[in-house]
Design a protein around this ligand. Sequence first.
Ligand SMILES: [Zn+2]
Length: 420
Amino acid sequence: MAALTNQRIDGTRLWDTLMEIAQIGGTPKGGVKRITLTETDRRGRDQFKAWCEAIGLRVRMDSMGNMFARREGRDASRAPVLFGSHLDSQPTGGKFDGALGVIAGLEVMRTLDDLGIVTEAPLELVNWTDEEGTRFGRAMMGSGVWAGLFKEDAVKALKDEDGVTVGEALAAIGYQGETPAAPFPADALFELHIEQGPILEAEQKQIGIVTGAQAQIWYEATVTGQDSHAGTTPPVARKDALLTAARIVELVDATMREGGSGGIADTGRGTVGRMYVLPNSPNVIPGEVRFTVDFRNPEDAWIAQIAEEFPKKADAIARANGCVLALKPVFRVPAQPFDPECVGLVAAAVEKLGYTSRKMVSGAGHDAVHTATVIPTAMIFTPCKDGLSHNEEESIQPEEAEAGTQVLFEAVLARANRAM
Ligand SMILES: [Zn+2]
């Protein structure tokens, strides 16, 4: 492993640049609305490109509008080390979700320039298109096409609420590149991101060393009972689909908590986030309820157990309440571990810098989870206030951004200079 440097990034310049990009799409409440492939996104991209070109980086984009800002290395035969995140935001997003990873990457490039460092491998700073999925309903879109997980034609045909397709929106802002969105030989990818959860803050840790992303299984459920009169139907004659659904929601919650300690570091997740009640009338016992179920856990075995047991338990609840349950699995992804060597470089940087840290699994999806399927990948988390994200109040401290960026700098440099 290459020796780590004693060089420091410029925390003030990093923070000033974060505040500057936050003005593009800045909201009165202090958040950011920079929805993918809009005119505001274009302005953010233009600014990012200008900053990159000002320090001599060569910026190219692929057919999904993913942007790559390249800094040559000493050895032209080596594949580039990638790092970055996304500049798009939720409609009521914060200043740091995504932007931190991109602007930190820019600070890494600027620092290398200041110090006159030429790495062995080339470096490429990435801005992935549409991580948030808020406009076209497909999260981590650009990285998903790049990694070959989504078909480009199908993604390009996705429409927003106004009927505008991804392809049309890309062309409209002038970010439809020539090179195909597909994995090119790359040595590794590092993504710095805010945690978007409460654990680092609660445990007063400066850095999260992310070891992977959790496994997920999602269902669509329909409970069918019988519509009947609220005033005349006695308890024994009821087939109440909403009551049944409520008892299944309780089962989801109990399943989530099973095996946990009840503490903040519990890893199980189980959520019913959407429900439709029919006929949705105040004086009719609901005859049909449709809802979603979303389970997540770092352990594939836990998800496998849920896939085995949850449908049976939920079905038993439905039958006990005189209803019928149709449960359709709609989505299942295995846990995605990150590359042990890349994770090791992050851990080595943290140790060298003397930051407090903990290993953790990402609760949210990230572009890095997609790239991890094709190239060695790792992530670095920094704390955020109250674990709040996808919210205009999202907040981090300048020293937290600086620490995360310093770790990114060390990890990228060590990877790019490693002996081959
Ligand atoms: Zn993000």
